[in-house]
Design a protein around this ligand. Structure first.
Ligand code: NAP
Length: 351
């Protein structure tokens, strides 16, 4: 497999740093260029970034000069990952796509666009074909693919086997979200230490909408979203990494906890045979121990790419309830985007 040259937009931020860390020694992708705001452009990466990863800054990136996020400065890359602030992602990502540089984005800006795939490779790999409807370039060389909100990822990973086996009527959930989800410097320490904040601005509408697009079915190239209500309460908790969700589901076809557990345990990933470097061998881990999963113990499982599920039990209000948890900046952000890129290589969209 040839190595592709990649750029990272928003390289100095929390997600950008996670891209840099996860792309060290990647078999297929080599970091060629880093971009950030004009505050950082022109500086070496070491001068521009306030490094927050728990490994030393890789030497091969520390001396790279940070560029402005304009497509004309990225002519030497095959595609870019975007960890851009949403205040600028609309214009910047379109600028790259129009210049024929594919964009694999973490930002929310294009997630609801009807021609842009919102992709979780284990859930909706067929949605990639939506790229063919994009009109950024005449020859189709420039396009945008997004990955979902970091809560939507463990939510949809756990809902997919239930949706396929039993159908879903409604979902109610409360998320307990780690502070790393707010970027850097993020939530003030005086707000979060020894505390729980019962609201995260802008989060609940995304959690309610994105799983319906992810579970949607393509009919003649047109995506029909899944149709059931999701009520989400998003809270911030004093946890470093790993978003945990308490979920209750009303199924269409009634099933008890044992049947639901069996469906979750027997679920097979549709990309299991593709040998994608970042794909976890076991994308779902269903615990029987009532004390699991826990963010500190399990967020890093399978290199942070696994969704952990536990406490699957019958509910006397809706059909069943359970806990789901995944690493928010890996599975829910940079790692998910890298897995998307690997699938896009396999499917010949990146070439
Ligand atoms: P962050 O730490 O605040 O980083 C933002 C990045 O955007 C920085 O590199 C910053 O560069 C750059 N930027 C800001 N203004 C810019 C401009 N005018 N032109 C070019 N670059 C600009 O945020 P984050 O947590 O990494 O999140 C990045 C994106 O990913 C956001 O859209 C967020 O919603 C999404 N996301 C985050 C998570 C998570 O868990 N953190 C999960 C999923 C999705 P400077 O350093 O030069 O200012």
């Amino acid at each position: 497999m040839a190595q592709f040259k990649v750029g990272i937009l928003g390289a100095t931020g929390a997600v950008g740093q996670k891209f840099i860390r996860l792309l060290q020694n990647h078999e297929w992708f080599k970091i060629e260029a880093l971009g950030a705001s004009e505050r950082s452009a022109g500086k070496s990466y070491k001068q521009a970034a306030n490094w927050i990863e728990s490994i030393p800054m890789p030497e091969d990136v520390s001396g790279i000069e940070v560029r402005n996020c304009t497509a004309s400065e990225f002519g030497d890359v095959d595609f870019v990952f975007s960890g851009l602030d949403s205040s600028v992602a609309t214009e910047v990502e379109a600028d790259f796509a129009k210049a024929g540089i594919p964009v694999i984005s973490n930002a929310k800006n294009y997630r609801t666009d009807p021609t842009v795939p919102l992709l979780v490779p284990e859930v909706n790999p067929d949605h990639i074909s939506m790229i063919d409807k994009q009109t950024f370039t005449e020859d189709g060389s420039g396009w945008i693919v997004t990955n979902p909100n970091c809560v939507a990822v463990p939510l949809v990973m756990s809902l997919k086997p239930l949706y396929d086996n039993f159908g879903i009527k409604s979902v109610i959930l409360t998320s307990m979200q780690a502070i790393s989800g707010a970027g850097y410097p993020g939530v003030p320490s005086l707000d979060i230490l020894g505390n729980v904040v019962p609201f995260i601005g802008g989060e609940e509408p995304k959690i309610a909408a994105e799983p319906l697009k992810l579970l949607g079915r393509l009919n003649d190239g047109v995506l029909q979203h899944a149709d059931f209500p999701i009520q989400a309460t998003a809270t911030r908790v004093p946890v470093l990494n790993g978003h945990m969700l308490s979920i209750a589901v009303q199924l269409e076809k009634e099933a008890d906890a044992e049947e639901v557990k069996k469906a979750l345990k027997e679920w097979k990933s549709p990309i299991g045979d593709l040998k994608l470097p970042s794909a976890p061998n076991f994308p779902l881990n269903v615990f029987d121990d009532d004390f699991y999963p826990q963010p500190r113990l399990h967020a890093d499982s399978q290199k942070g790419m696994q969704t952990a599920i536990g406490r699957v039990r019958n509910s006397n209000v809706l059909s069943i309830s359970y806990i789901a948890m995944a690493h928010n900046t890996i599975r829910g952000a940079a790692g998910g985007a890298i897995l998307n890129a690997e699938l896009l290589v396999k499917k010949n969209y990146i070439k």
